[in-house]
Design a protein around this ligand. Structure first.
Ligand code: F6P
Length: 341
């Protein structure tokens, strides 16, 4: 059997997400217990390329469990697009004596990770995104916190919408998938839920509002994912790696709706509020379980694997099973949403 690595590194890449610090802390504790030294690279792949790191012993992760963001910083830098990126990564790891990496990221960061594995860099992956759209795992940490924040916002908007007999269009994150929209819409009792997976018709949305009004319900809550699009092609579908402009689709929909219903309409864009702040207890636990398992994989030199949640169990899958594909909204969840919308 090969000996355990003496030193490992960890980085967090892509958009931040509540629970990243819980993963870092879990990896640090597990490594300390196993007598493995750990360093953290700053700002995602940027830090590995540039050789910028910090020691991560147990003292360095004291008090970070409830903190949002990431103590290491993050970036969306793709090391394969940086001149000599792979050579520089190899150099950093050799100079630092780091025998393997724990890479915490979403599709962009982990796609780069997979390509690096194919070029001989030793690493394991940890899936993160508030969007919950990564394959290979049932859930990512950060999602539960984002859903809780969006649900609280919808609850609050209900009372003001009802007081003014208004329609509130609430835009949540989700460029390509409607996980946050569907979960928060169901949890918050939304009257309309719009997601990228199922293009919508403006007239059908308006008819739903009119139908409520006929029943004396003079206010409505519409939850829309930022990547949702009308079925007539009036708005373009968002490209896989493209950013969406916050507020674009909800403003457009509110304007279109005001043409066909009399009711005043307001839009609320939740944006990065869904990503900031303290992780929920659920996300802290999931992130901690992922971190411990990732450290175990790296210590066992199981390179090229990603930790994963299947049902209630933590396991691991090949990185290749997780990246460059999209985990779209579970149709069974959509069926539930349709009962109420
Ligand atoms: O992928 C996570 C996510 O929060 C998406 O939901 C959102 O579209 C995107 O990141 C926003 O990215 P940025 O923080 O770079 O604006």
């Amino acid at each position: 059997m090969e000996r355990a690595p003496r030193k490992l590194g960890i980085l967090t890449g892509g958009g931040d997400c509540p629970g990243l610090n819980a993963v870092i802390r879990a990896v640090a504790h597990r490594c300390a217990r196993k007598g493995v030294e750990l360093v953290g690279y700053r700002d995602g792949w940027e830090g590995v390329v540039a050789g910028e790191s910090m020691a991560l012993d147990r003292g360095a992760v004291k008090g970070v469990l409830p903190l949002g963001g990431t103590i290491l910083g993050t970036s969306r830098t793709d090391p394969l697009m940086v001149p000599d990126g792979v050579v520089r990564i190899r150099r950093t790891l050799t100079e630092d004596g780091v025998e393997g990496l724990v890479v915490v990221g979403g599709d962009g960061t982990l796609s780069a990770a997979l390509e690096l594995v194919e070029r001989g860099i030793r690493l394991v992956g940890v899936p993160k995104t508030i969007d919950n759209d990564l394959c290979g795992t049932d859930f990512t940490f950060g999602f539960d916190t984002a859903v809780a924040i969006a649900t609280e916002a919808i609850d609050r908007l209900h009372t003001t919408a009802e007081a003014h007999n208004r329609v509130m269009v609430v835009e949540v994150m989700g460029r390509h998938t409607g996980w946050i929209a569907a979960y928060s819409g169901i949890a918050g009792g939304a009257d309309v839920i719009l997601v990228p997976e199922y293009p919508f018709e403006v007239e059908a949305v308006c008819e739903r509002i009119r139908e409520r009004q006929r029943r004396g319900r003079n206010f409505s809550i519409v939850v829309i994912a930022e990547g949702a699009r009308p079925s007539d092609g009036a708005r373009e579908v968002v490209e896989r790696r493209a950013r969406v402009r916050p507020g674009e689709i909800s403003d457009w929909l509110a304007r279109e709706m005001e043409r066909c219903i009399e009711t005043e309409t307001r839009t609320v864009v939740l944006g990065h509020i869904q990503r900031g702040g303290s992780p929920s207890a659920h996300d802290r636990i999931l992130a901690t379980r992922f971190g411990v398992h990732a450290a175990d994989l790296a210590v066992a030199r199981e390179w090229g694997r990603m930790v994963s949640l299947r049902g209630t169990e933590i396991m691991d899958v090949p990185l290749a099973d997780a990246v460059r594909k999209l985990k779209t909204l579970d149709p069974a969840i959509w069926e539930i949403a349709k009962v109420f919308t």
